[in-house]
Design a protein around this ligand. Structure first.
Ligand code: ADP
Ligand code: ZN
Ligand code: ZN
Length: 723
């Protein structure tokens, strides 16, 4: 039997594929190869060479071409990916596909990583002098007359310069060349005088350079965690090493890039879903070659090649955005830990509201906790005050106490944030005559009223409908919006405070790229304003003149069936509250609720997040929930409910005996979505090893089940939500 290559292909199957080596060229593990697949071709990653083929020799096909002379993925990344595919029960090919920017998954040469430089030719000089060009071409000639420019400079100076550049290039008036990449931009600005707590954290972590050591940097909002990261990254770069900084959301990227550039004097490479594919690939390749030393990115940046790394940082480690919710369902924080261990470097998890998982790891002695308890500049953290809604007359859901506080704040020339985690005008449109309410026909869930767009929209499946004039059930013209979304609060506040700008910040008003930044940039620091927004406003962006935070409508979180709801609510309240009083002025936080006696709220407000988290952890331990047990969720959906049920019953019957608690088959918390019936099977075990050992063979059985072909199913290891 001839020796074969084992290849991971980007398909959602739990298998690898064997091929004969290409004629005359050997591929190394970690290289990309082009192979025949089905009726077409596919680019895959070689995971092993010289293997005994798993299928008969006559059926083995041959690799068409080896795309990389040297492995694109180094040994550490290959090992990490194999481990992750196994742990998160992903299709191996999908794990590899996640690790590579899209542009590198194609049968094309690698993009150059140097900087593109554009220069005027002699012909271009005369054309400019003669004034023979107009419009965009003229502007580009003018820009280059002063000297060569990089593509990055031109991007900033002349939007849409590329089309002019193509015309002028064809006419021989400009030239394109490449120069070696350099990240250095300016002399760095020195750090502020660090507090003793910051210094201690930095020294402790720096003492672990060169070996694996996990830290939890537990510091209240505004306590200077980012300064700690910056100081550590500075030291790592001075040692000639690389650093990886993960953030949960794209929205935080621009301001963080700016801060890194100021303090360190270099441009960080960035990797997130809002970038052009070419730029993503270049950033990835520059880290791989070592030309670049600092990577800032969201979830998938955890797969950045780090041949010479000194430190990994995961900011806002509690954020569930680190968990991928489809396809290959990995957790970037957990992967960051795995890579730090493999690469022998310290890893810092930072948060003002650490996840219960990380706190349990501290309790068990696996992570070392470092605390930042004070805000530099000695401004006290804001106190949270509860507003009991039951005793108040509400105006569009806003209590007189709250409106009074807003009035006082804007009268002082300061800014207010009104937080409501719900988009749209109202979550329900109700008929006052007969009780009918607008419902999504595909999800059987209430439709959200979007008043300005005159539409009813399903937030689960994006179904759109026009707002009816009269009740479709009884014909009465008595349809009333129930409850409040950000759009309604914006309207109510604008009516109450006509002289103050009211800015709404949610997914609707920030759809465009950079819209979030622009909205906040338009805010004058010294003038009053009212911001109304969702979760997006909970993080990032220092607003020094923001002194009042009003939290309305978090009561849903107190009654959720999700066992993580309490943790989420506590994190959200603390994060949002932390937006108040960031600079010289003291802040105030109001929390409006119908349940002022709820133990979680009381505990949180009286004793703070750490105490509330201890309480929640104790509850989890009593009821043997994660992190004290481990879960895997099998989800299935199909247009026909019996297809879902049959598959889940067969799946349950195929489970091995022993050590695993099984709940279900049962309908998902949302049993119908976008016209599909959804069900699930929840598996739980005290020991992760027991669970995983049982699941590997079960996973293969599921893949082979005929009933599995009639549903869409997925396995979610350590699910962060049960929907
Ligand atoms: P966190 O990341 O914990 O929210 P930051 O690092 O963003 O906190 O710090 C909050 C604010 O305090 C920032 O404006 C930062 O520049 C400032 N700051 C941080 N550390 C110090 C310090 N030691 N002295 C003065 N200002 C500081
Ligand atoms: Zn009616
Ligand atoms: Zn729907």
């Amino acid at each position: 039997m001839p020796a074969a290559l084992r290849v991971a292909l980007p398909v959602p199957l739990p298998t690898l594929f064997d091929y004969l080596p290409a004629e005359g060229s050997m591929a190394a593990v970690g290289s990309r190869v082009l192979v025949p697949f089905g009726r077409g071709k596919s680019v895959g990653i070689v995971t092993a060479i010289d293997v005994e083929p798993s299928i008969g020799g006559h059926r083995l096909k041959r690799v068409l071409r080896v795309l990389d002379d040297a492995p694109l993925l180094d040994a550490e990344l290959m090992k990490t990916l194999a481990w992750s595919a196994d742990y998160w029960l992903g299709a191996p090919g999908e794990a590899y596909a996640n690790a590579l920017p899209l542009a590198l998954r194609e049968d094309k040469p690698l993009p150059a990583t140097g900087e593109e430089l554009w220069t005027l030719t002699a012909g271009g000089q005369s054309a400019r002098d003669a004034g023979s060009r107009r419009g965009g071409s003229r502007r580009l000639l003018d820009a280059l007359a002063a000297g060569s420019c990089t593509a990055a400079d031109l991007d900033l100076a002349l939007p849409d310069w590329r089309s002019a550049a193509r015309r002028l290039l064809d006419a021989g008036l400009v030239e394109r060349s490449e120069r070696p990449y350099t990240a250095v931009v300016a002399p760095p600005v020195p750090a502020p005088e660090l507090t003793p707590e910051q210094k201690e954290a930095i020294e402790t972590i720096a003492a672990s350079f060169g070996r694996f050591a996990p830290f939890l940097l537990d510091g209240i909002t505004g306590s200077g965690k980012t300064e700690v990261y910056l100081a550590l990254i500075e030291q790592v770069l001075a040692r000639g090493q690389q650093a990886l900084l993960l953030i949960p959301e794209i929205g935080l990227a621009p301001q963080t890039v700016r801060r890194l550039r100021e303090r360190l004097g270099i441009t960080a490479e960035v990797l997130h879903s809002n970038l052009a594919e070419g730029d993503r690939a270049r950033a990835w390749l520059r880290m791989r070659s070592g030309e670049a030393t600092l990577m800032l990115g969201t979830r998938s940046a955890v797969f950045t090649p780090l041949p010479n790394v000194g430190l990994i940082v995961v900011d806002e480690e509690h954020d569930s955005a680190y968990k991928q919710q489809e396809g290959f369902r990995y957790h970037a924080r957990d992967l960051a830990l795995l890579r730090a261990r493999e690469l022998n470097v310290p890893v810092v998890l930072g948060s003002a509201t650490p996840s219960l998982e990380s706190l349990a790891n501290v309790q068990a002695g696996r992570y070392r906790a470092l605390h930042l308890r004070a805000r530099p500049g000695a401004i006290r953290s804001p106190q949270v005050q509860i507003v009991d809604m039951r005793t108040q007359r509400l105006e569009h859901g806003l209590s007189p106490t709250l409106l009074g506080a807003v009035a006082e704040t804007v009268a002082r020339g300061e800014q207010v944030l009104v937080f409501r985690n719900r988009r749209g005008y109202a979550p329900v449109l109700l008929c006052h005559q007969c009780g009918w309410h607008a419902q999504c026909p595909r999800c059987e869930h209430p439709l959200t009223l979007h008043y300005a767009r005159a539409q009813l929209i399903c937030h689960h499946c994006d179904y759109h409908a026009r707002v009816p004039d009269a009740c479709p059930a009884c014909g009465a013209k008595d349809l009333k919006p129930q409850g409040q979304g950000t759009e309604r609060l914006e309207e109510a506040l604008a009516a109450q405070f006509p002289q103050v700008p009211v800015l709404r910040i949610d997914r609707e008003t920030t759809r465009r790229r950079d819209a979030f930044e622009q909205l906040l940039d338009g805010l004058r620091e010294d003038a009053p304003a009212i911001l109304v927004g969702t979760q997006m406003l909970a993080k990032g962006h220092d607003l020094p003149n923001l002194t009042l935070v009003a939290i309305v409508g978090v009561d849903e979180g107190l009654h959720s069936i999700d066992f993580r709801a309490g943790e989420r609510l506590a994190q959200l309240v603390v994060q949002v509250a932390g937006r108040a009083g960031r600079a010289r002025k003291p802040g105030r936080v109001l929390l409006q609720t119908h349940h002022p006696e709820h133990p979680l709220l009381r505990g949180l407000l009286a004793q703070g997040y750490a105490a509330a988290a201890r309480e929640l952890l104790a509850e989890r331990k009593l009821s043997m929930l994660p992190p004290y047990s481990h879960q895997v969720l099998l989800r299935a959906e199909a247009h026909q409910r019996d297809h879902v049920e049959t598959f889940l019953h067969e799946a349950r019957a195929a489970l091995p005996d022993g050590g695993i608690q099984i709940a279900g088959p049962m309908p998902a918390p949302m049993p119908l979505r976008a016209g599909k019936h959804r069900g699930q099977l929840l598996l739980e075990a005290e020991s992760r090893a027991t669970l995983h050992n049982a699941l590997r063979s079960w996973h293969r059985e599921l893949a082979a089940m005929p009933s599995g072909r009639r549903v869409r199913w997925s396995l979610d290891v350590d699910p962060v939500d049960l929907y």
